[in-house]
Design a protein around this ligand. Structure first.
Ligand code: UD1
Length: 417
């Protein structure tokens, strides 16, 4: 069986890595002697990794390959940045040739970025023969809905889900959303969250990160020789176009952080989009924003972090403030209080089970949410199936689906978990 997995942008890498590791493990299991108990009908999976190049910097892409032990991509499309239309079109144009050359039986796309939707659309329309034979499309992280169509990710999610043959869902709201939209139940598989697989695999390694030391966030080593402990700090990420592309909104968000920043440093790894906006807008922020840590650091701008360093920063923070989707999920599992600087979330399980609260984007809403969350202690209450085994479940389903079949088919034959 040949599976092709697509990655393109930063949040894809940690969602795809466990699936690639599970495929490797599956193949390793087949090499074991029969006493190992494997089923003789099981086939080796040939895997092809395609990187579209939507993200291309070391900090946005390469460092994640290193941290997550991802193999080098077999194919790199080198697409780079552009408008939504130009980027999507360029990915589609280049990806079509790859699918025709590789002829995979299954194409896996993850998440909600432009690369996800572009490659799903190419796969849905491709034909290997006059009978319309094409690969099955598997969407990992299907079914999430913010109900806010001004978000490019919402458009990408809806289109990808309606093109997919297999929909791997992270939380129960995703199943409800897909059923409501008329997706056939046999295509939907509630398997859990591969991003949490990665988090659980790497959270201990994060303790070896030197980022706290590098940022001066460790207390001095006590004389009794016990280890130094993290000083109080908050962690901030912002990159949604709706938050950072509008000057007034961005100004309001920073004003909402002023009280917090007077109590503890707010560490802010700055996404390239946000860096451009901060540099371009002349924001009226008084002394809130300091890129220089030396004098009275308030909001400290730093370069985007690698995966391991970022987990370390999340784990030890008193509070995380973000407009990212994945960070709402990761803080839920780390039981760190999270304030989401958005009006809505496509991940309601993080509000119900998790440590997350929606603040909106006004200064007053953000201040109120910070006061509500700061100092709060949460019990571990992980959502169902967020157990570190989601990628294994996905590979198992794909194998069951393809057992006994040798070619990709026109009619998908999805199986139910
Ligand atoms: C994309 C995803 C978003 C995801 C985010 C994580 C879409 C529609 N959006 O948004 O869902 O949460 O990635 O970061 O797919 N840039 C660099 N270096 C890079 C990549 C980008 O400097 O390696 C700069 C470019 O100037 C680019 C800008 O960042 O114009 C934005 O990148 P882009 O891929 O268009 O979207 P993101 O905002 O990163």
């Amino acid at each position: 069986m040949k599976i092709l997995t697509v990655v393109g942008a930063r949040p894809n890498f940690m969602k795809a890595a466990p699936i690639i590791a599970a495929i490797k493990q599956h193949n390793k299991g087949l090499q074991a002697p029969p006493s190992g108990g494997h089923e003789p009908s099981r086939k080796t999976i040939q895997h092809v990794l395609v990187h579209t190049g939507q993200h291309y910097d070391d900090v946005m892409s390469d460092s994640f390959f290193r941290d997550l032990n991802l193999p080098e991509p077999d194919v790199h499309l080198g697409v780079g940045s552009g408008s939504h239309a130009a980027q999507t079109a360029e990915i589609m144009r280049k990806f079509e040739g790859v699918v025709l050359a590789e002829r995979p039986e299954i194409v896996i796309v993850v998440g909600d970025v432009n690369s996800t939707m572009a490659c799903a659309l190419v796969t849905a329309k491709i034909s290997f023969d006059s009978g319309g034979t094409r690969p099955l499309i598997a969407h990992v992280e299907a079914g999430l809905r913010s109900r806010d169509r001004s978000m490019p990710e919402e458009i990408n999610r809806i289109l990808t889900d309606h093109l997919a043959d297999l929909l791997f869902v992270t939380e129960s709201s995703g199943v409800d959303n897909l059923m409501r939209e008329g997706i056939a139940p046999e295509k939907i598989h509630y398997v859990g969250n591969t991003m949490i697989d990665s988090l659980l695999s790497f959270r201990e390694k994060a303790d070896s990160s030197r980022i706290l030391e590098a940022l001066g966030l460790l207390s001095a080593v006590p004389e009794n020789g016990s280890p130094s402990s993290p000083l109080p700090y908050a962690l901030l990420t912002l990159h949604r176009p709706a938050n950072v592309d509008d000057r007034e909104t961005l100004q309001g968000i920073f004003e909402g952080l002023d009280e917090l920043a007077s109590q503890m440093p707010v560490i802010f790894p700055v996404h390239p989009r946000t860096r451009k906006r901060i540099d371009g807008f002349s924001l009226n922020l008084g002394k809130i924003l300091h890129s220089n840590s030396a004098e009275n650091p308030k909001i400290r701008l730093i370069e985007p972090c690698g995966y391991i360093d970022f987990i370390c920063l999340m784990k030890n923070a008193r509070l995380v403030l973000t407009d990212s989707g994945g960070i709402q999920e990761e803080t839920t599992c780390l039981t760190v209080p999270c304030v989401t600087i958005r009006e809505n979330t496509e991940r309601p399980v993080t509000l119900i089970h998790g440590t997350n609260i929606l603040a909106g984007t006004s200064a007053i809403g953000i201040r109120r949410a910070i006061n509500h969350q700061l100092g709060k202690e949460f019990q571990r209450n992980w959502p169902e199936k967020w157990d570190g085994n989601t990628a294994d479940r996905i590979v198992e389903i794909l194998c069951r689906l393809r057992e006994g079949e040798t070619t990709s088919s026109k009619e998908p034959a999805a199986v139910s978990t």
